[in-house]
Design a protein around this ligand. Structure first.
Ligand code: AMP
Length: 347
């Protein structure tokens, strides 16, 4: 294990040790999430964590956290970093207190195998934030921030994508407690998971779906331009700001550094994994992303996942209603090509 350095954050908290829970990789029982005073979409999706073998109960895998506000981006190296069991500085209590002094904790937004996410308010300026707490023993992958600080991979990835795109949730700061990692994230005051929004609307008119899909594409493109692969794109990981209509990609807990070569370990949600993973246990980042985007677009215009039947994935012919334009049908079909090379590029 490498020596851990202090936290870095905007305002600059320090490493804290803290309480723990369970995190990713483990099946996450669905938990209710109140994304805002307005609504509380059912959270809880199961996902598979980054690189580690999947494990998930529902659909998605949770992620890790980050201390301190990060700023820059740049190529942080995916170093192995300290393990979840590595020793931590004994500054836990002070850090915990510092956290409580600076934020007022509100309702639970979501919880599961990855830990818990709470709504909170930053006391200095009343800004709404989300506080995500991940037990240390659930953090399987560590990396390095640009300044050499060791941090959970989720923090490192968020650090890389956190500026320059409003479609990606911003990491404001992260802290390390004795037995948990705390991430303080931007939180739209009134928001809802896209999954909950779709469940209420059943499906969206194509024009509306187009605007939302475009926002997701721009966010994903931003991530890849920063060298980050999200790996768990699905309606549960997209927040809709109900005041502005803006979407925000959340939960980089299954993410990875973008690489040209094939990935041979899965992280994410099995029902969103591409056929090449199911059949050959390998996939390329962009092709797998396009597959999940095809599923997302189908979900937007049809109100459901095209293949999921319970926990099974059954590929088959995709049937579309007449109301869908040929262009929309064509785009979905191309994104859901069985052969990765037949799928369109992100561009
Ligand atoms: P995550 O583990 O990051 O997917 O978070 C679990 C749930 O907490 C999500 O599905 C959201 O409903 C909620 N959540 C996470 N991050 C935020 C955020 N920044 N603002 C509001 N809600 C959030």
């Amino acid at each position: 294990p490498r020596p851990r350095r202090g936290l870095q954050s905007r305002p600059r908290p320090r490493l804290l040790p803290g309480p723990a829970e369970d995190t990713r990789g483990a099946a996450a029982p669905a938990a209710p999430a109140a994304a805002s005073p307005a609504r509380a979409p059912p959270l809880g999706s199961a996902a598979v964590g980054p690189e580690p073998p999947l494990s998930r109960s529902r659909d998605r895998t949770p992620g890790e956290g980050r201390p301190g506000a990060l700023g820059g981006r740049s190529g942080a190296a995916p170093g192995p970093g300290p393990s979840a069991d590595s020793p931590v500085p004994p500054a836990g209590k002070a850090q915990e207190e510092a956290l409580q002094e600076r934020y007022r904790l509100g309702s639970l937004l979501g919880s599961g195998g990855f830990g818990s996410v709470f709504a909170a308010t930053r006391l200095s300026d009343g800004a709404p934030v989300a506080i995500k707490r991940v037990p240390r023993n659930r953090v399987r992958h560590w990396g390095e921030l640009p300044d050499g600080t060791s941090a959970p991979l989720e923090v490192v990835l968020l650090d890389k994508v956190s500026s320059g795109c409003t479609g990606v949730i911003q990491l404001l700061e992260w802290l390390e407690l004795p037995d948990s990692i705390v991430l303080v994230l931007e939180r739209p005051e009134r928001c809802q998971e896209l999954s909950g929004f779709l469940a209420e609307r059943r499906f969206l008119p194509e024009e509306e779906a187009r605007g939302l899909f475009r926002q997701v594409l721009e966010a994903v493109r931003h991530c890849t331009s920063c060298g980050v692969l999200h790996r768990d794109i699905k309606p549960e990981n997209i927040l809709l700001d109900l005041a502005t209509g803006q979407l925000k990609l959340i939960d980089f807990g299954c993410g990875a550094f973008l690489q040209d070569t094939a990935y041979t370990q899965f992280a994410g949600t099995l029902s969103y994994s591409p056929p090449e993973w199911i059949q050959h246990q390998r996939y390329h980042g962009e092709a797998a992303t396009i597959w999940s985007l095809g599923l997302l677009l189908y979900h937007l215009v049809m109100g459901k996942h095209p293949f999921r039947r319970g926990q099974e994935i059954i590929w088959g012919r995709i049937l579309f209603p007449r109301r869908l334009s040929q262009e929309c049908q064509d785009l979905i079909k191309r994104c859901l090509s069985m052969q990765p090379l037949d799928r369109p590029s992100l561009e």
